[in-house]
Design a protein around this ligand. Structure first.
Ligand code: IPD
Length: 275
C-alpha cells in the first residue's frame, strides 16, 4: 500500500484540506513568530502545527515513508534525500505573508519515490487555490488542466522572483542586480512572497518564468512537478539540471526562455545545501 500512488494522492488531499482550514482561520489574526536562521526567515506556531498534522497523518497511513520538512530542518538537522518514498513538506510557504495577514501563502507538499516527484499539491486556503500534479498525468488548478504560456521571448515575459530571506549584503547585491537586468529586459517583474505559488503561476501560464537562489527543497519540490506537468521546464539557474537540494531554481514556460534568463543572471553560490 505504501507505494500505491493513487492512495497517497487521495490521503494527502484530505490532510491538506484539514491543514488549510487551520491556516485560513488564523490568517487575519496577529501572529507570534521566531526567526529561524537570523535575518527574516520566520516560523510561527501554525507552521509547526501544520507540519505535525501532515507528518502524523501521513506516517500513520504510510509507515515506511520518510519526511523532509521545513520545521523539522529548522533546528539545523539535515536530511539526505534517499530512494525511499519521501514527502517534502513546507507547512506554510510564504510565512512572511502569513504573519502580516497578506492572503498569499500555501501548503506545499510533494512525494518523491526513487528521488523522482510522483505527487504534488500546493494549496492557498485563503483563496481556495489548489494546484495538483501526478507524474505523467498533467497538473491542475482546482480541477482544471494547466498549460504554461509557451512564451519564448524574454521581452514579452512576465517574471516572478523574490528578495529571499537573507539580508547578507553580497547575496542582496546579486538579487538586486538580477532585478535590474530583468527590469531592463523582461516585460515585467512580480514579487509575491511564496516560492511554491510562484512556480504554480508559471504552470498556470499567467507568469512566464520564476527564478530564485536561496530557497529550499520544500519551497520547490511540489512546484517542480506542477510546472513540468504543465509543459514547462525546471532547471538550475545556470542552465544545468535541477538539483532539488541545492537551494536554486529556474522555472519557465519554454526551454528558450529559461536559457535566455539563465544567460542574464548573476549567479550566487555560497548557499549551504539542504542535505
Ligand atoms: C520562503 C518564501 C519566500 C522565498 C524564500 C522561501 P517560507 O518560504 O517562499 O518567498 O523568497 O526563499 O524560503 O520560509 O515562507 O516557507
Amino acid at each position: 500500500d505504501d507505494k500505491n500512488m493513487d492512495k497517497c494522492y487521495e490521503e494527502v488531499l484530505k490532510l491538506v484540506d484539514q491543514a488549510g482550514e487551520l491556516i485560513s482561520k488564523r490568517n487575519d489574526s496577529r501572529k507570534e513568530f521566531v526567526c529561524k536562521s537570523g535575518d527574516i526567515d520566520l516560523v510561527t506556531e501554525t507552521d509547526q502545527e501544520v507540519e505535525k498534522l501532515l507528518v502524523k497523518g501521513l506516517s500513520s497511513r504510510f509507515p515506511s515513508h520518510k519526511f523532509i520538512g521545513e520545521e523539522d530542518s529548522a533546528d539545523g538537522v539535515k536530511e539526505k534525500l534517499t530512494d525511499d518514498p519521501t514527502w517534502i513538506i513546507d507547512p506554510v510557504d510564504g510565512t512572511m505573508n502569513f504573519v502580516h495577514g497578506f492572503p498569499h501563502s500555501c501548503i506545499s507538499i510533494a512525494l518523491l519515490v526513487d528521488k523522482v516527484p510522483e505527487v504534488a499539491v500546493v494549496y492557498n486556503p485563503m483563496f481556495n487555490q489548489k494546484f495538483t500534479a501526478r507524474k505523467g498525468q498533467g497538473s491542475y488548478y482546482n480541477g482544471k488542466k494547466l498549460e504554461v504560456s509557451g512564451q519564448k521571448d524574454l521581452g514579452k515575459a512576465l517574471i516572478i522572483s523574490e528578495y529571499g530571506t537573507s539580508r547578507d549584503a553580497e547575496k542582496l547585491e546579486a538579487v538586486v542586480k538580477n532585478f535590474k537586468i530583468m527590469a531592463q529586459k523582461a516585460h515585467g517583474i512580480r514579487v509575491l512572497g511564496s516560492a511554491a505559488l510562484n512556480m504554480c503561476h508559471v504552470a498556470m501560464g499567467c507568469a512566464d518564468a520564476n527564478y530564485e537562489m536561496g530557497l529550499h527543497a520544500w519551497d520547490m519540490a511540489a512546484g517542480d512537478l506542477i510546472v513540468r506537468e504543465a509543459g514547462g521546464v525546471v532547471m538550475d539557474p545556470t542552465g544545468k539540471p535541477l538539483d532539488i537540494m541545492s537551494r536554486r531554481v529556474l522555472a519557465a514556460s519554454s526551454q528558450e526562455l529559461a536559457l535566455e534568463i539563465s544567460k542574464n543572471l548573476t549567479q550566487y553560490y555560497p548557499l549551504p545545501r539542504d542535505d
